[in-house]
Design a protein around this ligand. Structure first.
Ligand code: PLP
Length: 465
């Protein structure tokens, strides 16, 4: 059959809030024009993130009921540890309350000021946790990966020449290198197995450990199976194992391919890394057999990690993203192509040629999608990734993207048809999207709490339209 159906039926429903344009205008103004500050009941389709927003399966809800809440050595911890070890093969496994807790402890136990951590692209929390220690987070995408419209299949690959250059120029200052699968900040693009293998060989030559940011390891495994020669007949589990066999350690947010609403882990082989991690984990997260999670969460993640590796689930999930991307590019709406694994990324700079980076075109598009149809998306551009120096001067981000993330197993095809209709409407009136200014901001991760003000368009902006 050519129709790829949702490989599940719906057992429980949750009403969606339907709002009027006037209500949305009031709510957005009250939220200081930052959609992070909106309340959930004011949003119809929430595509802010795919993180922790998935629907659990009946098996997961069942597992939740048998969660063992013993403080130490609970049976749920054992199920969690066995599952993570079965998939990743790591010697030491530590639960954490989220991915960023794993990142924070890894960064503060292994990094110092002046160190450098290369990655294909660091996610915002990864970068912030690395830079908080005084180390530098370097993004080393390939030129195809940097090109929003290149049709290369593995645009998440790390540039090995850039990596070798940075290693030879900074001897002794790289405690580990990272690879993010799939590459969230770079459009949800996959990394090929051959790129990971070549990276591993290079790092081994210089004796540098390799850490996988594996939040979307199962989605990445699907891309490898579909598009990398030699993997067609392998299961997603086998591909995942092959990926993890290359790594010395991994950080994970179970809110992504753990198909859970909370949780994460750190895993590694090295005894000393484990010892240092354990000590700080106990200090700030919890005893090493629960790491800040309830036993029931560990149980749910153990089930979710396996469900994420089911082929029919991944095939349907990728088909939904593909469906939306195809409908949008048919109308020439500028999106990152090929579509990534967990989201459709709009090119806000291409969407709003009348706005410069300093006008935050991504915020303009995000706010227009909310006002038009109650859809919540997120800016991944100069607000999230721009750098502000001590004098307040701002270097814009290399790209101005808006991400429409797909929560796992939550929305059906008619919801996506609605999103496509709203986007089409906004696209047809794009010249009316106003510039925005920041009126208040925090020194780290400012996008979460910043206040914005829409401005009237200048004469030059009107003319550019
Ligand atoms: C979500 C995410 C993180 C952080 O995980 P949290 O659970 O949100 O703390 C790190 N890296 C990547 C690539 C992510 O997508």
């Amino acid at each position: 059959m050519r129709t790829i159906i949702e490989p599940f039926r719906i057992k429980m429903t949750e009403a969606l809030p339907i709002t009027t344009p006037q209500q949305r205008e009031e709510k957005l103004a009250a939220a200081q024009h930052n959609v992070f500050l909106l309340n959930a009941q004011d949003i119809t389709i929430d595509m802010l993130t795919d993180s922790g927003t998935g629907a659990m399966s009946a098996k997961q809800w069942g597992a939740l009921m048998v969660g063992d809440e013993s403080y130490a050595g609970s049976t749920s911890w054992q199920h969690f540890e066995q599952t993570v070890r079965d998939i990743t093969g790591f010697t030491h496994i530590f639960p954490t309350h989220q991915g960023r807790a794993a990142e924070r402890i890894l960064a503060s136990t292994r990094l110092k000021a002046g160190d450098i951590v290369p990655n294909n692209s660091h996610f915002d929390t990864t970068r912030a946790n690395i830079e908080y220690t005084g180390a530098k987070a370097e993004d080393l995408l390939t030129s195809e990966g940097e090109d929003l419209y290149s049709m290369h299949r593995f645009k998440g690959n790390i540039d090995l020449e850039k990596l070798e250059r940075i290693i030879t120029e900074n001897k002794g200052r790289i405690p580990f290198a990272m690879i993010t699968v799939t590459n969230n900040s770079g459009g949800g693009q996959p990394v090929s197995m051959s790129n990971m293998k070549a990276m591993k060989a290079l790092l081994t030559k210089y004796n540098i450990p390799m850490v996988i940011d594996c939040c979307r390891f199962a989605e990445n495994a699907y891309f490898i199976k579909e598009y990398e020669p030699g993997y067609q007949d392998k299961s997603l589990m086998d591909i995942a194992r092959e990926m993890f066999a290359l790594a010395d350690a991994a950080t994970m947010s179970a809110k992504k391919d753990g198909l859970a609403n909370i949780g994460g882990f750190f895993a590694c082989h090295n005894e000393q890394w484990a010892e240092d991690f354990r000590n700080l984990l106990i200090l700030t997260e919890g005893f090493p057999t629960y790491g800040g999670l309830a036993g029931r969460d560990l149980e749910v993640i153990a089930v979710g990690l396996r469900e994420a590796l089911e082929y029919d689930y991944q095939r349907y999930r990728h088909a939904t993203v593909e469906y939306m991307a195809t409908r949008l590019s048919e109308q020439k709406i500028p999106i990152v192509l090929p579509a990534g694994g967990h989201a459709v990324f709009l090119d806000a700079a291409g969407f709003c040629p009348h706005l410069s980076a300093a006008d935050y075109p991504g915020i303009g598009v995000v706010n227009s999608l909310y006002l038009e149809g109650g859809i919540r998306s997120v800016e991944l551009g100069s607000v999230m990734f721009g750098r502000v120096d001590a004098k307040g001067n701002e270097t814009p981000a290399p790209r101005e993207l808006v991400r429409l993330a797909f929560p796992r197993r939550v929305y059906t095809q008619s919801h996506f048809d609605y999103v496509i209709e709203v986007l089409t409407q906004v696209w047809q009136q794009r010249e009316q999207i106003p510039p925005h200014r920041i009126t208040k901001q925090a020194p780290f991760l400012r996008h979460f709490t910043a206040h914005f003000a829409p401005m009237a368009q200048s004469k030059a902006q009107k003319k550019a339209v």
